[in-house]
Design a protein around this ligand. Structure first.
Ligand SMILES: [Zn+2]
Length: 109
């Protein structure tokens, strides 16, 4: 399993459109979206999985998610916040998908 975020995003290899950035968290529009609105929220620190993350960083991720949901008014339409683990996890770096609207291709990607 590769680490898309350290290898391509934090290295600057792939250009992204940032939605929100804090000291420890980066949120950006998915480079291959599978929903009308598809945002990825990742810790800047390398954390492998959801179960490896401490509550402080998880709290910061949730707070960023709340801010984005409010600022984009997703609570007026719809949204889901998703974390994949085990064989569902595609990249070896913890990331949450914040999605809204209609689904195109499979989110398991
Ligand atoms: Zn990483």
């Amino acid at each position: 399993m590769s680490d898309f975020y350290c290898e391509n995003i934090f290295s600057g290899k792939i250009e992204i459109t940032t939605v929100k950035e804090t000291e420890n968290i980066l949120a950006f529009y998915h480079t291959k979206p599978s929903w009308t609105i598809h945002i990825v929220i990742v810790p800047k620190e390398h954390i492998k999985t959801f179960t490896d993350a401490n509550t402080k960083i998880l709290g910061e991720i949730m707070s960023v998610a709340q801010d984005i949901i409010k600022s984009l008014k997703l609570d007026k339409s719809n949204y889901k916040l998703i974390v994949n683990g085990g064989s569902f996890q595609d990249s070896e770096h913890l990331h949450f998908h914040l999605v809204s609207g209609k689904r195109g291709i499979d989110l398991g990607e």
